[in-house]
Every structure is written in C-alpha cells, then in structure tokens.
Design a protein around this ligand. Sequence first.
Ligand code: ADP
Length: 487
Amino acid sequence: MIALRLPPPPRLPAFATYPIAVALPLLALSLKLLLEPVAESTPFVFFYPAVLVAAYLGGLGPGGLATALSAVLANRVVLPLSGAWASSPKALGATLLFTLMGALLVLASASIRAGYADRRESERRLRLVLETIPQLVLVIAADGEVDYANPQLLAFTGRTSEDLAAARLGDLFHPEERERARAEWNRLLASGAAATAEHRLRSADGSHRWFLISAVPLHALAGDAHWFVSCTDIQAQKESEQAQAEAIAARDVFMSVASHELKTPIASALLQVQHAERLLRRDGAPAEAVCQRLSATAASVARLGGLVEALLDVSRIAMGRLVLERARFDLSGTVRDAAGRHGDAARRAGCELEVAVAPGIAVDGDRLRIEQVLTNLLANALKYGAGAPVRVSLRREGALAILEVADHGIGIAPEDQARIFEQFERAVSARHYGGLGLGLWIARQLVDASGGAIHVESAPGRGATFWVALPAPAEVATPEPARELAG
Ligand code: ADP
C-alpha cells in the first residue's frame, strides 16, 4: 500500500500564521493575474493551494481567514476581469461553492495538522518521562545497533550517543557476565518475547553496579523488531542481600563457636565438682584437694559468667540499651587495682606483669566500663602473649590519658588489625585459642562511647600493643606516688 505522507508542519508562532494567511491569497491573486492569458477560465484554482497551505501552517483560524480573503479576491478582482458581474447569481454561486470547498479543505488540513501536533506532544511527554525516570533506557535494533539511549544511560556509561552507536554493547557488561549476556540476547532474538535478567554494568569510573535489565520487543517500529531495554539499579538490594547472607553465615559460625566456648567451662566445672564429690565421699579426703577442685570450679563458673556477660553486652549495645554511668574518677588508681587483680592470672600464664602508672590521672566516664576495657586487653595479652612479659602503663599526653597494654606474644598481621575490632572477628584459629571474638568489639564500643579511641600496633610474632586514649581533664584527682606491681 502506498501511503501519502505530508511532511510535519513547521512549528510557527500563532501571530506569524495570520499574516501568512493574508499573504498566501494575495500571492495566489498575483499568480492568477500573471498567468491570466493562459489560465483565463480558472478563477478559483490558484486560491485552493493558498487555503490549504494557510490551514496546514496555522490551523482553523488562518485557514478560515485565507478562505474568506480568497473568496473576496476571486469574486471582486478575478471574476470582473473576465467580464463577469461579481454580484450575478452565477458568480455568487461559484464563490459560495469555492467557499464551501475551501472550508472542507481547511477542516481536512487542520485535522492533519492537529494529528501532527498531538503526536509531537505525546513524543515530548514520552521523552520527558524517559529523561526523568531513574532507569537507564535503550532502544536497540535486532542487529544490536542503538537507536536511542536516554541521558541517564549516557551519564552512567560516560559515553555519547555516537560512541554507543559505534561500541559493542557487550563492553557495557561486567567481563564475567558478557558470555551470559550474549547468550541471553540470542535467546531473546530467537523467542521474540519480553525477558528480564540481572547484570553488572560498567560505569564511567570503571566500577560496576547491579541492574535489573528488562527487554520488551517493539514491533511497531518500521521494519525489523526493535527492543526497548530498561535497566533498574538494584545495587542497594544486592548489597543488602549479600550483607544478609554474610550476617547469617557469621551468625552460624558464631553459634558454633559460642556453644563450644560455653560448653568448655561447663564441662570443666562439672568434672571438678564430680571429682570433689568423690573426694568427699572417701573417708579422710584431704581438705586441700577438695578446695583445689572447688576453686577450679569457681574459675570455670567465672569464665562462664564472663562469656554470658559479653553476650549480654552485645545485645545491650545492639539495642542501644548500654548506659554509661559517667562520673569523674581516678583512672590511675583504677588501672593499678585492675592490674593487681590479674597477678594470679599472669603467674598462671607465665607472664611477668609490669605496671607503670603515672599518678593522679582522672577521667570522666564509667569506671566499671573502662575497667572492663582494660581487663579485656589484659586478658588478651595474657592469652596471646603467654610466657612473655606484659606491660600495662598509663600516662598523660596533653589533654589525653593514654593507657597501653603491650605483650610479646603472637602478634597480629597488618591485614587483620582493623577487622579484629569488628563483631565476631578473630585472627586466630579456634583450635588453638578459645574466644568469641567479641571482647575488642565491645571494648571499642565502650571507648567510643566514652569519647576516646582504641588502636593497635603489632607485627606477627612480635607482640601487640593496644592503646586507649581517653579525654582527661587537666584537673588532678588525688595525687598519689607511682606504684609498680609485678605479677
Ligand atoms: P577473642 O579474644 O575472644 O577471640 P577479641 O575481640 O578480644 O576476641 O579479639 C579478637 C581477635 O583479636 C582475637 O581472636 C585475636 O585474633 C586478636 N587479638 C586480640 N588481642 C590480641 C593480642 N594481644 N595478641 C594477638 N592477637 C590478639
């Protein structure tokens, strides 16, 4: 079928179309007068194109004006030229017929014009939608040539429309997914049906983001089918899925570590109690032996209590229920006392415990919680630095109190030094060292909440030094002489 297509009318401002509607009939009249010798018997013919063009360019108003003016010019100027009396019934009839025909032409041509205007408006709206939605949009021909790419896609990929037309679309995909993307594209072409897939696309800065890509066939476009492809950024969703999966995996690991950790002191306490019971049932059980069993039981129960306390702290912190009871206290005395309480544990671990505390350092904070941080660092130093000296020191540096716990134990690899402050993170094998991987995380939360900072310096095999910096007001608490404790 041959379709007659008029070119779309140019967009002219309304005020310009009326002078055109006047000029066109005058032009038609001039042509008619010029060609009078050869076109004598066609008084109206030249005016039809004028009416048609005026209506096409300006719509009903200019079309009507051109028709009326043409009718007057034909009746008053052209007809008298050929000797016709303008007011004769014949001339009036011919003029009326022209006016009717002109009106029909105006209606037809204005409606075609309106069709173009509607189409232009809907195209404008579609473009507006495509340019404001968050999705990246492409229209691709079956041979992979890009017909259209919205500005969001160009901005994301850092390419121009021309680059994109010349580029291979496969380059937009993550190298690991190009093969899969190619296979999906071939399947899409074979089936001709809409489809979706998830892929990582390469951004202008070379990083990749996850997108949900959906392709819908556009059969309406002339010739071959084209594909409307929209890409929705699902990076945040992917990251949260991954975080969830990691959290579930970490929880599973934690459950198995925690149950093992909790079971060990329970089993040990049970053994000691059973042993003590057997000793007591025997006549003449040595009191010393029973006492030993009981104190071993107490140590296991205390360890169990410590583990449960750590778990409770984790849930308190997670639920934002950890309350610090802040008050100014003597940090120097607190450190000395806490270190003193570790004398036995240090002896058991074969560590010489050196304590060097500058006197009179006071801080504002929760004494028990700061003591808990120190206890944790000391317990770690004795655990991971068993058999070698451990040093606890406190000094003032400007407005800060610096608490240091240094050991000469296994040390920590540089790549592990940041992550050991995270929940459940451990840098040792569970087979060699027990622990929940929570102590340092809790310590960091407590120090952060106290307005301080915690840090580690270490090298594998060369021990570790943990230091805690706390804001210390200049005012001196109770000046005391320096005292050193040896474990
Ligand atoms: P836990 O000791 O129960 O595993 P922590 O949170 O106290 O948990 O410590 C996390 C990890 O940091 C430990 O598993 C260990 O790998 C490492 N770590 C902590 N203190 C030391 C230290 N003094 N020397 C070597 N490694 C340490």
